[in-house]
Design a protein around this ligand. Structure first.
Ligand SMILES: Nc1ncnc2c1ncn2[C@@H]1O[C@H](COP(=O)(O)OP(=O)(O)OP(=O)(O)O)[C@@H](O)[C@H]1O
Ligand SMILES: [Mg+2]
Length: 504
C-alpha cells in the first residue's frame, strides 16, 4: 500500500481559536478516508490548508513521500489535489466544458481550445460513467449533475486526490447513491478520496478508514471494519449519543394555520405548487416528506410571505391573509427556518449578537428611544451561545468566522428562542453534527409540547418519521396524501414520494 498524502503535525490558529492542533492524517492510494467531527471541529480548515486556501502555522505536507509547499490552490492542483466545495462555484450561464476549462490557460492563446476540451470532457464523462453532456448549460442541470461537473473540473486538471466537503448534503438519496458509485469507480482507477460528512451511515457505506477530529485535534483513526456508528458518535462527541429518542403522542389543539388550494408559480412561471390544502394545529408536528425540488421551497416561501402565490387561500390564527408580509407574520408569532440560510437567514458580516436580533432590534427589549441596548444584546448573545452550544469565542465575532454548522445554529437559536406559535422549519438539521441534530429535534418536539404548531419540511425521511405526528408527501407540487405517523409503511411512503397517490 502506498501513501499518497501525509499531513503531519498541522496546526492552524485563528485569532482566539486553534482550529487545528497537531493534526496528522494519512491517505493511501485508492482509498476513501472519511473526516468526521462535530461542527467546528476543524475539518474544513484542515482541507483548506491542504488546498492552499489557508496556510498552516506549523506542520508539513507530503505528497507521494515528498515534502511540498502549498501556498495557493494552483499549487495544490499542480500536486494533483482537487476540491469540490459544498457551495458549487460554477457559472450557470456557461456550458459544462466552458466551466471545466474556466481559469485555465489555452495552448492556442488567445483562442480557446473549446473543441479539444469538449472531447476530453466527453472522454472523462464516458470513462467514469458521469453521463454529462459537455455542451449542456450548467443552469439547466440538476444539482447532482452540477456536482459531477465540479468533479470533472478536478479530473480535467489531473487530480489524483479529491476532497469532497459535505458533498452529499444537497443531494437526493438517489443522487447520493450515484455519487457513491462514481467515487468507487474513481478509487478503482487509483484516485484517492477525502470525504467530509456528518452522516454516519454514509461513512459506514463508503469509507475504508475514518479519522475523527474533536476540538481541532485527532480523536482517533479507525478502519471502517473495526467500528460502528455508535462508537464513531462517541469518539466525535466524547460522550454517549442517543441516535433515537422517544416521543409522546401529541394532543392537537386549535387550527393555527390553514391553507386551501394553494397554487404557487416559480420564477419561470411554472406551477411549482398545485392545489395544496392542509390544516396545522397547535401542539402537532406536520411533516412534509418528499424528494428535493418538488415544490417544498415554493410552498414554504409562499406561506411565509417571501414569494407571491397565484391561487388559493392562507389563514393564520383564523384570519385570511391577503398580503403576507414577513414582519407582520413575525408579530403574529410565525418563525421560519429557511432552507437557504446564507441567502435568507444570516448576514455574514454582522456579529453573532446582531444576527440573533436581526428582526427584533427595534422592539423595546433591544432598543430605547432609537438607541440599541448594547449590554442586553450582548448578554442575549452570550446566553444563546451557551444554550445552543455555538462554537464561538464571543458574541461579537462576525458570523463569517464560524464553521458552516455553527452559522446555522445562530438561525436556529434566533427562531426557536422566540417561542413561536407557528414554526416553519425547512431542513432544520442540514449540515449539523449528530449532537446538534439531536438537540434541534428535541427542541422541535418541545415546542410542540408547549403548544406550538410545527411544520417540518425535510427530505430526510428518518427525520420526518422521528418527529412528525402526521406526514404529508409532496411530489411535483402536489400532496400525494396525508397520513398519521403510526405504524406507517415505509414502502408506501416511498411510493408516494415517487408520485403514487394514496387512495383516500
Ligand atoms: N476565517 C476564520 N476566522 C476565524 N476563525 C475561523 C475561520 N475559519 C474557521 N474558524 C474557526 O475554526 C474552527 C474550525 O472551523 P471549521 O470550519 O474547520 O469547522 P468544521 O469542522 O468544518 O465544522 P462544520 O461541520 O460546522 O462545517 C471554528 O471554531 C471556526 O469558528
Ligand atoms: Mg465545514
Amino acid at each position: 500500500m502506498t501513501t499518497v498524502l501525509k499531513m503531519v503535525g498541522i496546526t492552524k490558529r485563528f485569532p482566539k481559536v486553534v482550529a487545528n492542533e497537531n493534526v496528522t492524517i494519512e491517505l493511501n492510494k485508492g482509498e476513501i478516508l472519511a473526516l468526521l467531527g462535530e461542527n467546528g471541529a476543524g475539518k474544513s480548515t484542515l482541507m483548506n490548508c491542504l488546498y492552499g486556501l489557508y496556510h498552516p502555522d506549523e506542520g508539513e505536507i507530503f505528497i507521494n513521500g515528498e515534502p511540498v509547499k502549498i501556498n495557493c490552490s494552483e499549487d495544490a492542483i499542480k500536486h494533483g489535489i482537487g476540491m469540490v466545495h459544498q457551495h458549487f462555484m460554477l457559472v450557470p450561464e456557461l456550458t459544462v466544458t466552458e466551466n471545466v476549462i474556466l481559469g485555465l490557460k489555452s495552448h492556442r492563446e488567445p483562442f480557446l481550445d473549446l473543441k479539444a476540451a469538449e472531447k476530453v470532457v466527453q472522454e472523462l464523462s464516458d470513462r467514469y460513467r458521469f453521463n454529462v453532456n459537455p455542451r449542456a448549460k450548467v443552469k439547466d442541470l440538476p444539482v447532482g449533475i452540477q456536482q459531477r461537473v465540479e468533479i470533472l473540473k478536478t479530473l480535467y486538471r489531473k487530480a489524483d486526490i479529491l476532497i469532497l466537503d459535505e458533498a452529499t448534503a444537497v443531494l437526493t438519496p438517489q443522487e447520493v447513491e450515484e455519487l457513491f458509485q462514481i467515487i468507487r469507480r474513481l478509487t478503482e482507477e487509483g484516485k484517492s478520496i477525502l470525504i467530509i460528512t456528518h452522516k454516519l451511515d454514509e461513512v459506514m457505506a463508503l469509507a475504508d478508514r475514518v479519522t475523527v477530529l474533536r476540538d481541532g485535534k485527532v480523536a482517533g483513526t479507525v478502519a471502517k471494519k473495526d467500528t460502528n456508528p455508535k462508537d464513531l458518535a462517541r469518539m466525535m462527541v466524547g460522550r454517549e449519543v442517543f441516535l433515537n429518542f422517544e416521543r409522546k403522542p401529541c394532543t392537537p389543539g386549535e387550527v393555527l394555520m390553514k391553507v386551501e388550494h394553494l397554487e404557487v408559480k416559480d420564477k419561470q412561471g411554472v406551477r411549482a405548487v398545485k392545489d395544496i390544502s392542509f390544516e396545522l394545529r397547535a401542539g402537532e408536528v406536520l411533516g412534509i416528506a418528499g424528494v428535493d425540488g418538488n415544490g417544498q421551497i415554493e410552498l414554504s416561501e409562499a406561506i411565509t410571505g417571501l414569494m407571491p402565490y397565484s391561487g388559493g387561500k392562507i389563514y393564520i390564527n383564523g384570519q385570511e391573509q391577503h398580503h403576507i408580509n414577513p414582519r407582520k407574520l413575525l408579530e403574529a408569532g410565525v418563525s421560519h427556518i429557511p432552507q437557504d440560510r446564507h441567502r435568507t437567514g444570516l448576514v455574514l458580516e454582522f456579529t453573532i449578537s446582531e444576527n440573533l436580533i436581526l428582526q427584533e432590534f427595534y422592539t423595546s427589549t433591544y432598543s430605547k428611544n432609537g438607541v440599541l441596548k448594547q449590554d442586553v444584546i450582548r448578554s442575549h448573545g452570550e446566553k444563546m451561545i451557551k444554550d445552543y452550544q455555538i462554537k464561538a469565542t464571543d458574541p461579537s465575532v462576525t458570523a463569517r468566522t464560524l464553521s458552516g454548522g455553527n452559522q446555522q445554529k445562530i438561525i436556529l437559536a434566533r427562531e426557536l428562542n422566540r417561542k413561536p406559535k407557528i414554526l416553519i422549519a425547512v431542513q432544520p438539521t442540514r449540515g449539523l453534527d449528530i449532537g446538534a441534530t439531536e438537540f434541534v429535534r428535541r427542541q422541535l418536539i418541545e415546542q410542540r409540547d408547549n403548544g406550538s404548531a410545527v411544520l417540518l419540511i425535510s427530505t430526510e425521511l428518518e427525520e420526518i418519521l422521528s418527529i412528525a405526528d402526521r406526514i404529508a408527501v409532496i411530489h411535483e407540487g402536489e400532496f400525494m396524501g396525508i397520513i398519521p405517523n403510526e405504524n406507517v409503511d415505509i414502502e408506501e411512503i416511498g411510493l408516494m414520494m415517487a408520485g403514487r397517490k394514496k387512495a383516500s
